[in-house]
Design a protein around this ligand. Structure first.
Ligand code: GLV
Length: 303
């Protein structure tokens, strides 16, 4: 079994050391592949264009938490996304920061500070604010727990309505009910055929007036024009986006200069080089032992 790793030289140097320490074989870059038949695992963000070149490929591993950039794989090839407690912590950190910022009206205060305006605004107590989290999996759950501990009312939404201890959870059929009580919406959903374009004008109309949006899912889930209209109507009061549509957000886009919108350039989570390498080692070991691979993605569901 050999791993083909497609990444930058800086990352590759760290991975090489981690792999050498445990005596695991690794090839860096397609140009270095002598025998394509020896490649059984590929770790990458984008897979090789000609994936059929690797007849014995068993698993493709996304070096990030998302897998939406990976096209359909040949039959029998498994897909894994990188799971690590470091990624979970980083996403939680960004989402909790964004939630608190919007909750305390920071979009307004950042704008006021740029104009040297000293003016206070009344806020709402946490216990009177319902935070609705879309996506209650590995990343969403710790976010929910932290926000509950801080004192927010928290509810969750996932496709199947799978219950989660300690908070009400709504499913696909109850989306309107979920949105109707959400004052601050957090999107942490993976990008799938079902979630592409989900946040549209009809979606935003279901939210109470003066809601806030924290988006750390995928840019393609958000209709930016619909967001603009919802901001103009006051349906949404402010938004903090780590992902945008398109990405990168082009210069001159309305969202850059709208004082109600705070943007970060998709930095919610960045996989630590060493943790990424360790995840791949764990995948290779599990595959060799005939066990379920960590981070296994159901390729029909897309997550
Ligand atoms: C970042 O968005 C990732 O998928 O790791």
């Amino acid at each position: 079994m050999a791993l083909l790793y497609l990444s930058t030289p800086k990352r590759a140097a760290v991975w090489q050391k981690v792999f050498a320490d445990v005596g695991e074989e690794m090839v860096i870059g397609e140009d270095a592949v002598k025998d394509p038949a020896a490649i059984t695992h590929i770790a990458c963000w984008y897979p090789p264009v000609d994936i059929a070149r690797y007849p014995n490929l068993r698993v493709v591993i996304s070096v990030g938490a998302g897998v939406d950039q990976i096209p359909a794989l040949p039959g029998g090839v498994q897909l894994s996304r990188t799971v690590s407690s470091q990624i979970d912590r980083m996403v939680r950190e960004w989402v909790v920061m964004a939630t608190l910022m919007l909750h305390r009206g920071m979009a307004t205060y950042i704008d006021q500070a740029a104009r040297q305006v000293w003016q206070a605004h009344a806020g709402t107590a946490m216990r009177e604010t319902t935070v609705g989290i879309m996506g209650t999996g590995r990343v969403g759950l710790p976010v929910a727990r932290t926000l509950i501990d801080l004192g927010f009312n928290v509810c969750g939404w996932n496709r199947s309505g799978r219950p989660v201890e300690g908070m009400p959870v709504y499913g696909e059929r109850d989306l309107d009910r979920f949105l109707g009580q959400t004052n601050l919406l957090i999107c942490l959903l993976p990008l799938t055929d079902q979630t592409r374009g989900l946040m549209s004008s009809t979606f935003f109309e279901k939210l109470p007036i003066r809601s806030r949006l924290v988006h750390a899912g995928r840019g393609a889930q958000l209709d930016m024009d619909a967001l603009h209209a919802a901001l103009q109507e006051g349906r949404i009061e402010s938004a903090m986006l780590d992902v945008t549509n398109p990405e990168p957000l082009p210069q001159g886009h309305w969202a850059w200069s709208d004082p109600r919108v705070i943007i970060t350039p998709h930095i919610g989570s960045v996989t630590d080089y060493e943790e990424g390498a360790r995840h791949v080692l764990a995948v290779i070991k599990a595959d060799r032992d005939g066990c379920e691979i960590p981070g296994r993605v159901d390729q029909n569901l897309g997550y």
